[in-house]
Design a protein around this ligand. Structure first.
Ligand SMILES: [Mg+2]
Length: 362
């Protein structure tokens, strides 16, 4: 069997690095990007300078500010981050279409077959990192290996601004001493459970019998048993079919006025009807999305009996859902509506049917 070639690319301190790029006065300084410390916000990303003080992603912003009081604290600018993310994605697409994004700042690429006809995945990873830096001014780390788990493990080894390759037969060397909580796929809860069983690192996991792991972790036990042996057959799965149809609007100014909120939602519903009716798509689940001024985001959903794209039906549901939010008492910065549980109607179905016979019978 030919060995797969998988790359995991992970941008370094992505949000904080963008802030430092866009404001050179922040370079070399501890920068924390996150939610309001006074409103129970959490840290999204922090610069490497801030990490020296023990600041970490997902910790309460309040704790972060206490650990590093002289850090520059910033609220996220998602527009800037998603713009940079698109640039990076476009670079990936010059090499392969088999791209599985995990978030705005990291993705798996399968380059076994690639658009440059390059045999060396290591060379591709180098080129990608260089191009990312040239085009965005940001650094990325990369891991190269023959499966997703090891590629992800490899990208951590020389982070930031570095890369590593794990070749067949080398998995042990990297996994033996890896703390169990650092294994990709082992979350906080499983980590605790592993520790209670005396499994502290890769070597311990390697010595754990399959029966024990399955007894304690069910199906995941088999997965843990495999990954520590460098076995992971999961394919890189590109995002395929559309699962929802939606539109959201980030407002110029945070708003409180209910009439204004209703009228914006009306406009969005009308826009959805327009687009969906032209594509003959309907949806059963209506979701209202709100981001408050402090970047806290909520969604409220309702499922109706019949799939629809009628603006009238959509807005009725949305206005009902609006009552279960803090709209009117808490300032809002983003409003969105989406429909999921999509029914793509007959038109698209027929288009697909027409394509099939030629390929299957030929
Ligand atoms: Mg990252």
């Amino acid at each position: 069997m030919e060995c797969r070639k998988i790359i995991h690319v992970d941008m370094d301190a992505f949000y904080a690095a963008i802030e430092q790029r866009d404001n050179p006065a922040l370079k070399g300084k501890p920068v924390i990007v996150g939610g309001d410390p006074d409103r129970r916000g959490v840290v999204s990303t922090c610069s490497y300078e801030a990490r020296k003080y023990g600041v970490r992603s997902a910790m309460p912003s309040k704790t972060a500010v206490r650990l590093c009081p002289h850090a520059v604290f910033l609220f996220p600018r998602f527009e800037a981050y998603s713009a940079a993310s698109k640039q990076v994605m476009n670079i990936f697409m010059q090499y392969t279409d088999v791209i599985e994004p995990l978030s705005l700042d990291e993705a798996f690429l399968d380059v076994t077959e690639n658009k440059k006809n390059t045999r060396s995945a290591t060379l591709i990873a180098k080129d990608i990192r260089r191009e990312i830096f040239t085009e965005t001014g940001l650094t990325a780390s990369a891991g190269v290996s023959y499966n997703k788990f090891l590629a992800k493990t490899a990208s951590e080894i020389n982070k930031p601004d570095g890369m590593a390759v794990i070749r067949p037969g080398e998995a042990d060397r990297y996994l033996n001493r890896l703390p169990i909580g650092k294994f990709f796929g082992i979350g906080k809860v499983s980590e605790k459970h592993m520790l209670s069983l005396g499994i502290e690192n890769g070597r311990d996991l390697l010595n754990a019998p399959l029966e024990l792991l399955v007894k304690h972790f069910g199906k995941a036990g088999r997965f843990y048993y495999d990954i520590v042996r460098g076995i992971d057959e999961r394919p890189v799965e590109p995002v395929r079919e559309r699962k929802s149809w939606g539109r959201e609007i980030t407002l110029d100014e945070d708003i409180l006025d209910m009439d204004l909120i209703r009228s914006i939602l009306n406009d969005i519903a009308a826009e959805l009807e327009d687009g969906m009716s032209r594509k003959k798509i309907s949806g059963k689940t209506v979701t209202l999305k709100i981001k408050y001024h402090d970047f806290r985001q909520i969604t409220r959903s309702a499922t109706i009996d019949q799939p629809t794209h009628s603006a009238e039906i959509i807005i009725n549901e949305v206005l009902r859902l609006l009552k279960f939010t803090e709209a009117g008492t808490k300032k809002i910065r983003l409003l969105g509506i989406s429909l999921s549980g999509l029914d793509c109607g007959n038109a698209e179905f027929h288009e697909k049917q027409l394509l099939l016979p030629f390929r299957e019978c030929g």
